[in-house]
Write a protein that binds this ligand. Structure first.
Ligand SMILES: [Zn+2]
Length: 211
């Protein structure tokens, strides 16, 4: 019996390998059926029959970041901005990601700032950049660093500041169960890292519009 299980697993591994290491859609749907059975339900009952298909389809969207390149999102830099060189801050950008420890969602807002040197990017591109990294399995800390580094690489700005505030469902609906707790992470690059006054300016602008 063990031998059969082992050889079935080995042939699934070989199929995954042939497909660039990625399991087939059918294998992914079968895995969802297994999890439903593990949770204690019957994947063949009417309400659940199409669920594996829907879960795999939603995975394609929720984890679409693996197929995207952050450099392409920030490719287009506008150099003609009439000499504008002060801070550009986009705040309260909503995002949703999944923690890599529990695959539970964490949901919140991002505030991104930079001091342009060679030009600016379209503001909507910063929102897309967040999704490239948020739509992967993540920690909030790593997500914060990845966004800051991608902005630094693409824009070569004088400084980058990234702040994320999020609520982690793995902490609010399971585990310690502390609904309402939010996690704040910050990453500073360039002038923001070197100058505490720049950090204070960033935080004041982020908080400024709130009562
Ligand atoms: Zn978690």
């Amino acid at each position: 019996m063990d031998g059969i299980v082992t050889s079935l697993a080995a042939s699934a591994d070989r199929r995954a390998e042939a497909n660039g290491g990625r399991p087939s859609r059918e294998e992914a749907e079968a895995a969802v059926r297994t999890l439903i059975r593990w949770a204690g339900d019957d994947p063949s009952r009417e309400g659940l029959r199409d669920t594996p298909q829907r879960v795999v389809k939603s995975f394609e969207e929720l984890f679409s970041g693996y197929g995207q390149n952050p450099a392409e999102v920030l490719e287009r830099v506008f150099e003609d901005v009439e000499g504008y060189g002060d801070i550009v801050l986009v705040r309260d950008i909503p995002f949703a990601s999944h923690c890599e420890h529990h695959m539970a969602p964490f949901v919140g807002r991002a505030h991104l700032a930079y001091y342009p040197s060679r030009g600016v990017v379209g503001l909507s591109k910063l929102g897309r950049l967040i999704d490239v990294f948020a739509r992967r399995l993540q920690t909030q800390e790593a997500l914060t660093v990845q966004i800051a580094e991608a902005m630094d690489d693409a824009l070569k700005p004088r400084g980058v500041a990234v702040m994320l505030e999020a609520e982690h469902l793995c902490m609010t609906i399971r585990g310690v169960q502390k609904p309402g707790a939010s996690t704040v992470t910050l990453q500073f690059v360039g002038v923001f890292k070197d100058d505490p006054a720049e950090q204070a300016r960033f935080l004041t602008l982020v908080r400024g519009h709130r009562s």
